[in-house]
Design a protein around this ligand. Sequence first.
Ligand code: PRX
Length: 650
Amino acid sequence: MFDSDKIFPPNPEFAKNARIKSMDEYYALMDEAKNDYEGFWKKYADEKIEWIEPYEKVLDETNAPFYKWFTNGKLNVTIQCIDRHLKDKADKTAIIFEGDRGDVQKITYETLAKEVNRFANLLKNRFDIKKGDRVVLYMPMIPQAVYAMLACARIGAIHSIVFGGFSAEALRDRIKDAKAKLVITADGAYRKSKPYLLKPVVDDALKDGIQSVEAVLVVKRNNEKIDWIEGRDHDYDELIKESSSECEPEIMDSEDPLFLLYTSGSTGKPKGVQHSQAGYILWAQMTMEWVFDIKEGDVYWCTADIGWITGHTYIVYGPLAAGTTTVLFEGVPTYPDAGRAWKMVQEHKITQFYTAPTAIRVLHKMGEDEPKKYDLSSLKVLGTVGEPIDPPAWMWYHEEVGGGRCAVVDTWWQTETGGHMISPLPGATPIKPSCATFALPGIMAEVIDKDGNPKEIGETGLLCITKPWPSMIRTIWGDHERFKKAYFSDAVKDGKAVYFSGDGAMVDKDGYITITGRVDDVINVSGHRLGTAEIEAAVAEDDKVAEVAVVGRPHPIKGESIFVFLVLKEGAVTEDIKSHINSLLSKEIGNIAKADDIVAVPGLPKTRSGKIMRRILRSIAKGEEIKQDISTLEDPSIVANIQEAVKQAV
Ligand code: PRX
């Protein structure tokens, strides 16, 4: 039986050489931050960042919550990630690329520098991309995707990566919102040894024209046949040959935007989370050092896609800023079999492995004994991210993958936080499984009520960050009001609006923080964040649908799955409705938004003022007894009718 109170102390051998070696050291750092917050950050900004010109002020709170960090400092993130390593690490492997079909390419820091500069010159000279211009990337996991990101950073352009699983509609919305000048894509790539295509999705997204878009740059990965629009489409492989490998970095201000990344919220369309230069890169590097304890000679692998924040911070910016070797994998960890990931760990002698609980659950289910077949002794730290990890998955990861010797760091953070916020430190924290444990040094995470009062031990409250931190979201692209409303309007502490994450959490008697999940209408499917409002809007496009409500339902592999309640228009037939709605969801959002359950019900549970009671729907979806008071509903009898319809359908 799993003992939930069991604590896993750090491996003493590992702790000896770890950057943070004990809880005493952790508390000392936290005290330092509490006693002199700006002094704490100044120390690291001075020590870690290669400034072109020094900053003037650590934190400017004048226009809160639009905080500014390291004001008037000048830097370029690519100097931090590449140039400064060329002095002593030019020949070190920066990126190990492994293709889906097993092809491996090792890219040194020197080659990376040249490729990024070539790409940067291409953007500048051929496409007239200037500082502040937006460039959308719709790319597979290939080295050119990393070159493109860093090339944008080199010349001060703002990249916005759209995950390759999003549909043409979703891509179009994001291109339009960012008013992107250029879209960079690939013909396609490989998955499970088969070529798939991306370029047609870009063609579809641009089919009615988007005024801002001047060109599409296409990298050839699989050489499949694609349509070509003369004048608009450009062949990267041809053009790059003529591009010089020397490119002076643009001088950027600490607060200039580095990238946008669209993410779902509880209302409306996805929002463009805007990140900065200095604060972002500082924390990306510091968390690589603290949470993964990155050391010279390590080979680090994060399995995320670069289309998500985890891919940004922990495949590209963090690892390269820390000067390590980062693995970039095109394929899926279950192909050709559930041993693929472990084979890669063995072959590349991976030291830190970072993945999502969904992947762990899949690998566990498909190949419980697979890890035993490989030499995984190089592993030192294992990480998880994106969703809660259940104890059985945690234990298997710890015992079978980590051989009982590696710390499992359950890292809690978000697109908006830029980097880890709450996580064990592998050489210091006694770990409770399935628990994110403590806020990292310098991060003031608190579980409070809306008035800023701390919650009692074991009570769920709002997970807030009560002081600004360097890598925080700066605004929502083009919508400052929405930024304030989405993040700084739910909780106040000491008279000041504080950042509310949208998650609930609780603190136990030992001060450990456990994340209890979203308290807003956001669903987390396999670690992918989807807003119910977005899904409902897509379903409502169907002209048979009169009303719709979407909730998340616990799922053994995906964490949560999508459950759609539909009220059909009179006379509409339900035949094929499931496949119809799912094709609509995949068209409007992407395959990740497909629903597991779609049930036509006679009505929705509404209050007299017309508000849908989602809590009741969540309970029905789970098959739970309804404990909520339903007497306030406009029609309390609807609950039994919905339950009956679900029973018939599921
Ligand atoms: O609900 C939390 C969950 O993922 C949300 C953030 O999603 P996204 O911005 O897409 O970023 C995912 C990768 C950082 C959070 O609000 N989440 C993230 N990490 C954890 C988690 N839930 C539980 N435990 C975690 N370690």
